[in-house]
Each structure stands twice: as structure tokens, then as C-alpha cells.
Ligand binder design. Structure first.
Ligand code: ADP
Ligand code: MG
Length: 238
């Protein structure tokens, strides 16, 4: 299968004054189009730093990153933003929804600047909400009227609305109890299975990582393990 992500010797360090702190210290891996992969590691191991690079929110200090065949290691902020809009959907632990805006509009907002008709945007938002398994009774609610699990499904729908090639989820179940977390994982698994999205799930928990088909473990900025999960756990829907 063709690779969607190809990283070679990827390194990132942060500079504070004269002090340079290496965080990623040479990561080489590929992720195929359509894979569902977990990146697992303890807190501080560099997971979010890696997600920022994979998501074109930041660039590596050295090494190369090819996304869909294109070298994105050294692009300008504007070029990175264009790639994000076109190819990447993000889900964060803290949902990052607009609280004064309805669920439907939260999902539709990423398309407001796209050159598409209103009818098209509304169709895309409805489709994304259905894919994220959010019942339509909730679409006119505001996020603070919803449970954490429902809010995270809205965030998943928003991430899907522009039909990205890559969905990046950083600790998406981190704020949820285990039962609600399972239902969010079920929503992610369903869209991987049915829509074939490439998903990268970032987590510090093995029990979460085991819901994917492959676990890449990082520790102190290096890959220590990269294993196929022969039987991914099936998440229970609520
Ligand atoms: P994780 O997501 O695995 O918890 P992070 O990627 O957030 O890890 O952080 C890895 C290390 O990099 C931590 O030691 C953190 O303090 C450091 N770090 C993260 N972002 C910055 C930054 N902007 N400037 C300096 N150090 C940072
Ligand atoms: Mg993190």
C-alpha cells in the first residue's frame, strides 16, 4: 500500500536562550494510507511534539517528513496552513469547540472559507455528524449542553468535515471516563472501518492504544517499539 506518511530521521529540539533541549531524536517510520496507528509513550516523551509535526502545525529541526509524497519538512507557515486545511483533521483532549455556537455550526465552520456553496457545506456537516455517530436531536444544542463524550464526537465530526486524508487525535479520551472513552473509540473505529480514514491516535494508555492496528512506542524522543496488533480491541458503543 502507498505510504501517506514517511518520516526519516526526524528530530526536534526547542531552544530557550542558549539552552537547546532535544525532544525528538531521530524517528524513522512510515504509515500507509488507511492505517489506524497509535503513538504511545509516557508523559513528556514527545508525543504532542510529534503530532504537531505530523499535523503540519510545526516543522522538524532536522530530518524529512513526506506527507502524501510531498516534502513538508521545511515549508512556510502559509503553505503549512494550506496543507492542514486540505489534508488534516485534528481532535484534541479538550475538544476545543466554540461554546456559544451550535453543534451544527461548530462542525460547519471549517468550511466557511472553502469555496463551496452553502448547500454543499450543510450536506458535508450533516454527513460528518452522522459519521461521528451524533444523533440529530443534538445538532442544535450548544456544546456546554452536551456530555464530554458527545462533545468529543462533535470534535470528531468537525475534524472530518473537509474529508481529510489524515485524522490526528491527541489523547482524545483523556478527559473522559472509561465507558465514555470507549464510545468515542468506537466512533473512531467505525469511521476507520467504513470510510477508510488514516487515523493516528496519540495516547499514554496501552488499553487505548490496543484499539488500533499498530502501536509505535516512543520514549525520550526515540522509537522503542513498533508492533502490529493482531487483534485490536473492539470498543463498546455506549
Ligand atoms: P508528551 O505529549 O508526550 O507529553 P510533549 O511533546 O508535550 O510530550 O513534550 C516533550 C518534551 O518537550 C517535554 O519535556 C516538554 O517539556 C518539552 N516541550 C514541549 N513543548 C515545548 C516548547 N514549546 N518549548 C520547550 N520545551 C517544550
Ligand atoms: Mg501530549
Amino acid at each position: 500500500m502507498k505510504s501517506l506518511i514517511e518520516c526519516r530521521d526526524l528530530a526536534k529540539s526547542y531552544r530557550n536562550g542558549d539552552l537547546e533541549t532535544p525532544v525528538l531524536r531521530g524517528l524513522t517510520f512510515t504509515i500507509a494510507d488507511g492505517e489506524c496507528v497509535a503513538i504511545m509513550g509516557p508523559s513528556g516523551s514527545g508525543k504532542s511534539t510529534l503530532m504537531n509535526i505530523l499535523g503540519c502545525l510545526d516543522t522538524p529541526t532536522s530530518g524529512t517528513y513526506l506527507l502524501d509524497g510531498r516534502d513538508v519538512s521545511d515549508l512556510s507557515d502559509d503553505d503549512l496552513a494550506a496543507i492542514r486545511n486540505e489534508k488534516i483533521g485534528f481532535v484534541f483532549q479538550s475538544y476545543n469547540l466554540l461554546s456559544r455556537t451550535t453543534v451544527f455550526r461548530n462542525v460547519l465552520l471549517p468550511l466557511v472559507y472553502a469555496h463551496t456553496s452553502r448547500a454543499h457545506r450543510e450536506t458535508a456537516a450533516s454527513k460528518a455528524l452522522r459519521t461521528a455517530a451524533l444523533p440529530d436531536t443534538f445538532w442544535s444544542y450548544r456544546p456546554n449542553q452536551l456530555s464530554g463524550g458527545m462533545m468529543q464526537r462533535v470534535a470528531i465530526a468537525r475534524a472530518l468535515v473537509n474529508n481529510p486524508s489524515l485524522l490526528l487525535a491527541d489523547e482524545p479520551t483523556g478527559n473522559l471516563d472509561s465507558k465514555t472513552g470507549e464510545s468515542v473509540l468506537a466512533a473512531l473505529q467505525a469511521l476507520h472501518r467504513t470510510a477508510g480514514h488514516t487515523i493516528i491516535l496519540i495516547t499514554h494508555e496501552l488499553a487505548v492504544a490496543e484499539h488500533t492496528g499498530r502501536i509505535i512506542t516512543i520514549r525520550d524522543g526515540l522509537i522503542t517499539e513498533d508492533v502490529t496488533v493482531s487483534r485490536p480491541r473492539i470498543a463498546k458503543t455506549a
